[in-house]
Write a protein that binds this ligand. Structure first.
Ligand SMILES: C[S@@+](CC[C@H](N)C(=O)[O-])C[C@H]1O[C@@H](n2cnc3c(N)ncnc32)[C@H](O)[C@@H]1O
Length: 203
């Protein structure tokens, strides 16, 4: 369960959506997922954040979304901006009692975890998938583990993989990668970063 301590994104809150405005690639991923899923469909959004853009996009398309996040502030935003989802205030590594899902998405959230925690989380997610058994992940391209960064002025840590290492980690967790692409995007005003979008299917 999430502790009473303030989560990093409690301090970022609404500023996240205001600064990270270039979400075209993430929206394209959501549109692809919407096309893949018959209804009813159930999607787990790990580190759902403010609900924008993905939870709202999926909910508007008639998909049931369960979003987990350690930040109460981000979940309040999600409730307001993407109503209709089930939002759980918990660590995304806690997969207990969530039920089964047709797909799981983790857009820019695994990046907040130590690398050691990512393979077991992906293996656990795989166990929750049924039907189309899809996984979508986005990360920032890089090669670091729990590296101290300042995100919108708030100190935190981040992890990142080179593409081949991310491919290996996801494959080792029991998935087949169906697409991996790199894009350049403006993540904060005047800061361009290279991002990786990955699609996979559980074997
Ligand atoms: C960069 S934001 C991405 C939010 C959203 N997925 C999106 O696409 O905009 C990372 C989110 O992960 C959440 N987060 C970070 N570490 C977490 C953890 N261990 N468990 C649950 N949520 C976490 C943060 O609170 C934040 O909302």
């Amino acid at each position: 369960m999430a502790s009473e301590q303030k989560a990093v994104f409690d301090l970022i809150g609404r500023r996240y959506d205001e600064s990270f405005v270039e979400r075209d690639d993430q929206l394209a991923e959501g549109a692809w997922l919407i096309e893949q899923l018959d209804r009813p469909a159930r999607v787990l959004d790990l580190g759902v954040g403010s609900g924008l853009p993905t939870a709202k996009q999926l909910i508007d398309a008639g998909i049931d979304v369960v979003g987990t996040d350690e930040s109460a502030v981000m979940l309040e935003l999600a409730q307001a901006q993407a109503p209709g989802g089930s939002y759980l205030h918990r660590d995304m590594r806690d997969l207990s009692d969530l039920g089964e899902f047709d797909a799981a998405v983790a857009f820019f959230s695994l990046i907040m975890l130590p690398k050691a925690d990512i393979p077991p989380l992906l293996s656990g997610v795989r166990e929750l998938l049924r039907g189309p058994r899809l996984l979508q992940v986005s990360m920032v391209l890089g090669d670091f583990d729990r590296f101290p960064i300042s995100f919108l002025g708030v100190p935190t840590e981040a992890s990142a993989y080179p593409p081949d290492e991310l491919r290996q980690v996801v494959t080792d967790a029991g998935f087949e990668i169906t697409e991996l692409r790199e894009v350049a995007a403006e993540a904060e005003p005047n800061r361009i970063e290279v991002q990786i979008y990955l699609r996979a299917r559980a074997l």
